[in-house]
Design a protein around this ligand. Structure first.
Ligand SMILES: *[C@@H]1O[C@H](CO)[C@@H](O)[C@H](O)[C@H]1NC(C)=O
Ligand SMILES: *[C@@H]1O[C@H](CO)[C@@H](O)[C@H](O)[C@H]1NC(C)=O
Ligand SMILES: *[C@@H]1O[C@H](CO)[C@@H](O)[C@H](O)[C@H]1NC(C)=O
Ligand SMILES: *[C@@H]1O[C@H](CO)[C@@H](O)[C@H](O)[C@H]1NC(C)=O
Ligand SMILES: *[C@@H]1O[C@H](CO)[C@@H](O)[C@H](O)[C@H]1NC(C)=O
Ligand SMILES: *[C@@H]1O[C@H](CO)[C@@H](O)[C@H](O)[C@H]1NC(C)=O
Ligand SMILES: *[C@@H]1O[C@H](CO)[C@@H](O)[C@H](O)[C@H]1NC(C)=O
Ligand SMILES: [Zn+2]
Length: 504
């Protein structure tokens, strides 16, 4: 109501009697709520902004003339090669993006890196009902749980094996529409991919290298901090030694420390415990105990809790209120996946209410949020950040054309949005830049430039779980990187698009 009165008051003020003046005023008023619109740019930033806008408009025009060439409107499996030739994408990869606040343990690295790990010694494979399982064994002590065969032998005996293996390690397909007619098929493929890679990744030497590589790929993409969700599957050695949840968190922390020693500009990583939502009450009790244990052992590193899995298939947050309240009492924050659905009024949709009532610090996806105006207003005014993962929502079949993504409205209306990759390795992405690119090109206005990108980077730090001291350090590092980036852009160091700069 307050908002409405304000809007009417502004409209009355707008009426100058001159149509075109009024029109311009109305447009300015409308733009004033966009993410980033309140930022004041420095002189150099203003030049960089014009440079970016010029490129953006050219690229939009190409898509406007021939929509088949507009990446944000195409399926990511088709658009990726086009994106990779884009000057805007090139700029975004170099832009200091702050942090990555939503991604999952087994899908953190590029597929190429993970595929390379399948050439290690002692890797065995077993095919059961369409799912390929992978596991390392000591050749003298191979489990009888399945008909395990050395992967090396399969490689030698099957001509199309590499293609087959790659198809099991990701959901990328030549024809995504045919491969995944509905959301249920794509989620099935997605979950099978987790089952395939888990035995490969949780072998201790791979696990440590994998996480190190995940941080490296983020840093290569100019991201300096990450909050990783993980469900803490046991890690194993060749001799059969298992590392429990607490030890696995210890491995994450150790790798993070080692990475920070190797790259002193890297701010760090923290961990959100995110087990499967589809469990019995008893299992959830056990999760509470695990959370308490890892939280008390690693209070600076374990920052909170979430539940994962296909939300439409259950179970909703409301089924676990007693357990969640107990978790809350152990400290940390909630970062719930909520409203990752198109089913209006279903339990998955109403998860949004529980997430807010439970005082979630950020919401994963909140794809359905805008269908609930009062709740949406509360999320906005309380500064509960929405973790938007556009490519994930597209490949997991909530939306086809990303211009229709609901976060386009959140961006226009100044919601506390961060953009993150979810499971980049599973769909052929890497780092944050692909998601930032489609958000910038498909989900903001033609006239939206550097301010949006800068605010998005700032949001990714200010909505993180870093404490005040850590956050100050992260912002300081970001500022150094940002000024470097703007300098480089203004000097036209990165690309040599001289013809473009001339127009500016
Ligand atoms: C931008 O500049 C205006 C006018 O000088 C000022 O009122 C506003 O607070 C500034 N915004 C920020 C985010 O610093
Ligand atoms: C994967 O292995 C190939 C061949 O050895 C190498 O060229 C490539 O850089 C590796 N990729 C990654 C991401 O490690
Ligand atoms: C064989 O592996 C199992 C678990 O995989 C382990 O418990 C057992 O100790 C191993 N036996 C030997 C002789 O290494
Ligand atoms: C982490 O590193 C510390 C110090 O180097 C070491 O004592 C500890 O065992 C490591 N933890 C794990 C789980 O590897
Ligand atoms: C857990 O128990 C509560 C009752 O305490 C029930 O409402 C809920 O459905 C149960 N959850 C599951 C996942 O079985
Ligand atoms: C959420 O925050 C409100 C206001 O601070 C508080 O009254 C309520 O107990 C909190 N709920 C939970 C589940 O922590
Ligand atoms: C912030 O976190 C760091 C660990 O990264 C810790 O050493 C420090 O005590 C924390 N500061 C506050 C004010 O909690
Ligand atoms: Zn997620």
């Amino acid at each position: 109501m307050k908002k409405l009165i304000l809007a009417i008051a502004c409209l009355i003020n707008l009426t100058t009697g001159d149509y075109w003046t009024d029109r311009e005023k109305l447009i300015q008023l409308d733009r004033a709520s966009n993410i980033g619109s309140t930022l004041n740019l420095t002189e150099k930033e203003t030049i960089a902004d014009a440079f970016i806008l010029n490129l953006k408009k050219q690229e939009l025009q190409v898509g406007f003339n021939d929509p088949k060439k507009f990446p944000s409107a195409l399926h990511f499996f088709k658009s990726r090669p086009i994106i990779e030739t884009s000057p805007i994408f090139n700029i975004i990869t170099r832009l200091p993006k702050g942090s990555s606040l939503h991604s999952h343990d087994l899908a953190l690295t590029s597929q190429e890196y993970l595929y390379n790990q399948t050439f290690r010694e002692n890797l065995y494979a077993c095919l059961t009902d369409d799912t390929l399982l992978l596991h390392f064994f000591n050749p003298n002590n191979i489990s009888t749980s399945c008909e395990w065969t050395l992967l090396k032998d399969l490689r030698e005996n099957r001509l199309d094996f590499e293609e087959f293996l790659k198809s099991k390690m990701s959901i990328v397909r030549d024809d995504p529409v045919k491969a995944y007619p509905t959301i249920n098929e794509v989620w099935k493929g997605f979950q099978q991919t987790f089952r395939t890679v888990v035995g490969l990744i949780t072998y201790k030497p791979v696990f440590e290298g994998f996480f190190y590589q995940a941080l490296r790929e983020l840093r290569d993409d100019n991201v300096k901090y990450a909050e990783i969700r993980g469900y803490l599957p046991h890690v194993y050695d060749l001799d059969g030694r298992l590392y429990d949840e607490e030890e696995v968190v210890g491995i994450y922390e150790n790798v993070t420390r080692r990475f920070k020693e190797d790259f002193t500009d890297f701010v760090g990583a923290k961990f959100i415990y995110a087990p499967n939502r589809r469990v019995t009450n008893n299992t959830m009790e056990a999760e509470v105990q695990i959370y308490k244990k890892i939280r008390s052992a690693y209070a600076d590193f374990v920052v909170g809790f979430d539940l994962v899995g296909q939300e439409d298939k259950g179970w909703p947050l409301g089924d676990y209120i007693p357990q969640l309240l107990e978790i809350r009492s152990a400290g940390g924050h909630f970062y719930f996946h909520a409203g990752e659905t198109n089913w209006f009024g279903f339990a998955s949709d109403e998860d949004l209410f529980d997430a807010v009532l439970l005082n979630a610090t950020r919401l994963g996806h909140a794809y359905a949020l805008l269908k609930h105006p009062a709740l949406a207003e509360a999320v906005k005014s309380r500064g509960i950040a929405v973790e938007v993962c556009p490519i994930s929502n597209q490949v997991l079949k909530l939306v086809d054309d990303l211009r229709n993504h609901p976060a386009a409205v959140m961006i226009a209306d100044g919601y506390p949005v961060v953009v993150a990759p979810d499971d980049p390795g599973f769909w052929g992405a890497r780092g944050l830049s692909y998601d930032w690119y489609v958000a910038f090109m498909g989900m903001t206005s033609k006239g939206t430039g550097l301010r949006f990108l800068k605010q998005l980077a700032l949001n990714s730090i200010t909505y993180s779980s870093l404490n005040a001291t850590e956050m100050a350090g992260a912002l300081k590092q970001w500022k150094v990187d940002w000024d470097d980036f703007v300098d480089g852009l203004v000097r036209n160091e990165y690309f040599g698009y001289n013809e473009v700069l001339k127009v500016v």
